[in-house]
Design a protein around this ligand. Structure first.
Ligand code: ME8
Length: 593
C-alpha cells in the first residue's frame, strides 16, 4: 500500500475602504511589501540545477529544470537588494560508466564527447536566457580537488571501509539496486534480461571489493532532519515519500569502483586501483561551485536550494544529506522537486525517437514564448504531456491576445493620443467604494480588480516559495483577464478626450490599466525577461523602477503621488507578442484516437 503510493507519485507521469486599505494599501507603503528585510531576502541564496549527463544532447526536460531554477533565482533577485548575495549554478556531469560507455559506442575519447555535449548544454542555456552565475564541469581541476578533499573528510571521520560489494548495477542510472527492484524483461528473441523496475534500464551483476560508506548510520539523523524541517523537500508529497523510504532498511553504500572497470572518473586518494562513485563525485559539485574546500564556501552553505527532477530524489534527499552530515556539515536548506515531461503520453527517449529538441522550440516559439509555456504548463507534482498545439494555443491566448491586446488597447494612438501615462482622478475612482456622486464612475468590479492586483505580488511570491511557478503565472494571467474585463466594461474608445465629463474618467481607466500592466510586466520578468522588458519600456518604466520593492501599485488610489503620472510612454516597438500560426504545430501533434 505504502509502496503503491510512492510508485504512483514517482512513476507516472467590493470590499469596504477600510478593508482595502488595511489589507493591501498601508502594508505596501510601510514595509515595501516584497522588498528585502521582511522576508529574509538579505540572507544569501544559492540555487542549483542537477548537473546533466553528457551522454546525449539536451532535451526539454533538462531545459525545464534550468528554467525553474532560473525563474526562482531571478525572482529572488527582484526581491532582494543585493545581487552579490545570490548565486545560481548549473553544469555537466561528465564522469562514470555511463559516459565511458557512451564515448566508446560513439568511437570517441571520453574528453571529446564531454567537450562536445557540454558545449551543447552551454549553448542551449545561453540561448534560453538561463542566467547562471556558474557552469561547472566535473572534469575541471577545481572539482577534483573538492571531491578528493571531501573523500578525505569522510575517511578521517571513520565513515568509509573496504568490503566486498555484490549486487545489481544499472549503468544508465548509475546506481546499485536491491533484488526487489530488478525484474526480467523479455528480449526480442524470446530470451529475457534483467532491468531496473523503476527506470526499465538494463542492469548487470557486480561483485567487487570497494570502499563502502556507512549510510546505515544515517537513517535516524535523516529522519530527524526531515521531521524537524517540513519544508526541506517541496512539494510535500515528495517529502513524505522520502520519509517512507527511510522507514525501510538503509544499507551501506558502495562509493567506489575498480579502476580496471571504471577508469573515467576521479581516483580514490591514495588508492589508484579505485575510482570514486560518480554520484559522490557529482553531488560534490554543489560545494565546488562555492569554493570548497576553501573557507569561503561556508558563507553559502547551507543556504542552498537544489532544483531536481523526481528521478534523482533519492540521491539528493538521502545520499547527499548523509554524506554532508558525515562530513560534519548541514543538509541543504531546500530541495525543490519536479515531475517529468512526457511526449504524447510517453517517456522521452532516443530509442522511441520522440525527444523534443529545445533549440527548435526556442526558434519556433521565441525564447520568451517557450520559457512561458514550459513554466506555465509544468506542474511539479505531476508529469506533463508535451505537444505543439498546446504551445500555440496557450501563447496566442495569454501572451498575444490577452496581454499584448491589453497593452495595445491602452497605448494605441487613437485611444491615448498624447502617448502618456494619463492622470488618475480620485473623484471618478474614490478609494472608498460605494460612494455615489455625479463624477463617481468606478463600480464594485473595479474595486475587486484593484484589490486583486494589489495582492498579486505577494501571492506570486508565495507561489514561488512553494515551488508552484505555474500557479504564479496562472494568478498573473487571471488578473490580465480581469483587467481586460475592466477596459471592456468602460470602453475607453467610446469616451471623448474633448469632453470635460469624459476626459478625467478616460484618463483614469487608462491609468489603472497601465498600472496593472506595470505590475504584470514586473512580475513576469523572471519568466519572460525580454517580453517584460519590452512591456515595461513601452510603459516608460526605467531599469531602476523594476524591482518588487519599487512596485507600489496604483499609489494615487492610496493617496500617494505617482511618479508615472504625466510621464511620456516609451517608444512604440511593435506587437508585444505576435500571434503564432497553427501551422507551426508540425513538431509534435496531440494523439487523437
Ligand atoms: O541524473 N522531464 O543527469 P541527467 C523533466 N547527472 N525533467 C527532466 C526530464 C524530463 N523528461 N528528463 C530529465 C543526472 N530531466 C545526474 C544528476 S546532480 C548532482 C547529477 C531533468 O542528465 C531532471 O532535472 O539524467 C532530472 O532530474 C535531470 O534532468 C536528470 O538529468
Amino acid at each position: 500500500m505504502l509502496r503503491t503510493s510512492v510508485l504512483r507519485l514517482l512513476g507516472s507521469t467590493g470590499a469596504s475602504r477600510l478593508s482595502l486599505l488595511e489589507d493591501f494599501g498601508p502594508r505596501y507603503y510601510s514595509s515595501g511589501s516584497l522588498s528585502a528585510g521582511d522576508d529574509a531576502c538579505d540572507a544569501r541564496a544559492y540555487f542549483t540545477t542537477p548537473i546533466f549527463y553528457v551522454n546525449a544532447a539536451p532535451h526539454i526536460g533538462h531545459l525545464y529544470s534550468a528554467l525553474l531554477a532560473d525563474a526562482l533565482y531571478r525572482h529572488r533577485r527582484l526581491r532582494g537588494p543585493s545581487t552579490a548575495a545570490t548565486r545560481f549554478s548549473t553544469g555537466t556531469d561528465e564522469h562514470g560508466l555511463k559516459i565511458q560507455q557512451a564515448a566508446a559506442t560513439a568511437g570517441l575519447a571520453p574528453t571529446e564527447l564531454c567537450d562536445r555535449v557540454s558545449e551543447q548544454f552551454q549553448q542551449l542555456f545561453q540561448e534560453a536566457g538561463i542566467s547562471c552565475t556558474d557552469f561547472i564541469r566535473t572534469t575541471e581541476a577545481r572539482h577534483r580537488v573538492a571531491v578528493q578533499h571531501f573523500w578525505g573528510v569522510l575517511k578521517s571521520r571513520g565513515l568509509l571501509y573496504k568490503g566486498v560489494y555484490e549486487g545489481w548495477y544499472c549503468a544508465s542510472d548509475e546506481c546499485f539496486l536491491p533484488e526487489a527492484k530488478v525484474t526480467q524483461q523479455p528480449g526480442p528473441s524470446g530470451d529475457s534480461f534483467p532491468v531496473s523496475l523503476e527506470s526499465g534500464h538494463p542492469v548487470s551483476w557486480t561483485k567487487e571489493e570497494n570502499y563502502i560508506f556507512r549510510l546505515s548510520q544515517f537513517r535516524k539523523p535523516l529522519q530527524r532532519w526531515l521531521r524537524g524541517n517540513p519544508q526541506a523537500i517541496t512539494p510535500e508529497p515528495f517529502h513524505h515519500v522520502v520519509l517512507q523510504w527511510l522507514d525501510e532498511e538503509l544499507p551501506d553504500l558502495s562509493v567506489s569502483r575498480r579502476s580496471s572497470h571504471l577508469h573515467w572518473g576521479i581516483p580514490v586518494p591514495g588508492d589508484d586501483s579505485q575510482t570514486i562513485y560518480v554520484w559522490l563525485d557529482a553531488l560534490v559539485n554543489y560545494l565546488t561551485v562555492i569554493g570548497y574546500p576553501n573557507a569561503e564556501f561556508k558563507s553559502w552553505w547551507p543556504a542552498t536550494s537544489h532544483i531536481i527532477g523526481k528521478d534523482i530524489l533519492k540521491f539528493h534527499a538521502i545520499y547527499w544529506p548523509a554524506f554532508l552530515l558525515g562530513a560534519g556539515m548541514s543538509p541543504p536548506q531546500r530541495i525543490y522537486v519536479h515531475s517529468h515531461w512526457t511526449v504524447c503520453g510517453q517517456k522521452m527517449s532516443k530509442s522511441l525517437g520522440n525527444v523534443v529538441d529545445p533549440r527548435t522550440c526556442l526558434n519556433r516559439y521565441t525564447v520568451d514564448g517557450f520559457r512561458y509555456f514550459l513554466l506555465r504548463q509544468g506542474v511539479p507534482n505531476w508529469d506533463c504531456d508535451y505537444y505543439d498545439e498546446k504551445v500555440v494555443k496557450l501563447l496566442n491566448s495569454e501572451l498575444a491576445d490577452a496581454l499584448g491586446g491589453l497593452l495595445n488597447r491602452c497605448t494605441a494612438k487613437r485611444i491615448n493620443p498624447s502617448e502618456t501615462y494619463p492622470a488618475f482622478c480620485t473623484t471618478c475612482f474614490p478609494s472608498e467604494p460605494g460612494l455615489v456622486g455625479p463624477s463617481v464612475r468606478a463600480q464594485a468590479e473595479d474595486y475587486a480588480l484593484v484589490s486583486a492586483v494589489a495582492t498579486l505580488p505577494k501571492q506570486v511570491a508565495e507561489h514561488y516559495d512553494n515551488f508552484q511557478i505555474y500557479k504564479a503565472l496562472e494568478a498573473v494571467s487571471s488578473c490580465v483577464r480581469q483587467t481586460n474585463g475592466f477596459v471592456q466594461r468602460h470602453a475607453p474608445w467610446k469616451l471623448n478626450w474633448e469632453s470635460p465629463v469624459d476626459a478625467p474618467w478616460l484618463g483614469t481607466v487608462l491609468h489603472v490599466a497601465l498600472e496593472c500592466l506595470r505590475v504584470f510586466g514586473t512580475l513576469l520578468q523572471p519568466v519572460t525577461p525580454s517580453l517584460a522588458d519590452k512591456l515595461l519600456s513601452r510603459l516608460g518604466v526605467s531599469a531602476s523602477e523594476r524591482s518588487l520593492g519599487e512596485l507600489h501599485f496604483l499609489p494615487r488610489f492610496y493617496g500617494h503621488p505617482c511618479p508615472f503620472e504625466g510621464r511620456r510612454l516609451g517608444p512604440e516597438t511593435g506587437l508585444l507578442f505576435p500571434r503564432l500560426d497553427q501551422s507551426r504545430t508540425w513538431l509534435v501533434k496531440a494523439h487523437r484516437t
